[in-house]
Design a protein around this ligand. Structure first.
Ligand code: SF4
Length: 197
């Protein structure tokens, strides 16, 4: 297949999957915000990381966040160590809404693919994402297991955490290993998971 056709298909899929109007009272960009803050780790739930992920300016990202905070979907907390930085967390109201996400149709379509196809497709998309992000000078978000800063093997030794981030020098919980991170640096092969090969 022609490479341009592949690029057009990916763009078209993204456009129709994200919806073209209000869904449950939220616009496509507001849904993009909720989706981001639902999957980003605590180091990445900031206005600047969202702007980088969404490929937009700080000003536009701030407007989207302001609306979500005002409508009770995001809660803003000031950092105890640095009063200027804020962390944004999804509220209960937002979590209850996530099932209405317009991209659920795409999630169901992906779910219907055989496991092996899903694994290969995911690897191809990651590769395309890496190339495009590099060329555009954008950060490549990723998760801990394939990050060069990831330390630990899940076993607690005395005085040590089971998992740690070498970049921020903090312990990580098992839940955080699958969350998106702006500080991600690709370098480790993805672990082989039973049933996905
Ligand atoms: S190990 Fe990598 S992906 Fe995980 S929190 Fe640290 S920098 Fe982010």
């Amino acid at each position: 297949m022609d490479s341009r056709v592949i690029a057009e298909l990916i763009l078209h899929l993204g456009r129709i999957a994200s919806g073209d109007g209000f869904v449950s009272g939220l616009t496509p960009v507001q849904w993009a915000g909720l989706r981001y803050f639902a999957q980003a780790n605590r180091f990445s739930r900031t206005p600047s990381a969202f702007a980088a992920f969404h490929g937009t300016t700080r000003g536009t990202a701030s407007q989207i966040i302001k609306g979500l905070v005002a409508d009770g979907y995001l809660k803003q907390t000031r950092s105890k160590t640095d009063g200027r930085s804020v962390r944004l967390d999804l509220t209960k109201k937002a979590r209850a809404f996530l099932g209405d996400d317009p991209i659920e149709a795409l999630v169901r379509a992906a779910d219907a693919l055989p496991l092996r196809v899903r694994g290969n497709f995911s690897a191809v998309l990651q590769r395309l994402l890496g190339s495009v992000a590099l060329e555009a000078g954008k950060p490549l978000f990723g998760t801990c297991e394939t990050c060069v800063h990831f330390e630990g093997d899940g076993c607690c030794q005395e005085g040590m955490s089971a998992y740690e981030c070498g970049f921020v020098k903090e312990a990580l919980t098992a839940d955080e290993l699958e969350q998106l991170c702006i500080n991600f640096e690709s370098g480790k092969p993805a672990p082989t998971r039973v049933g996905t090969a």
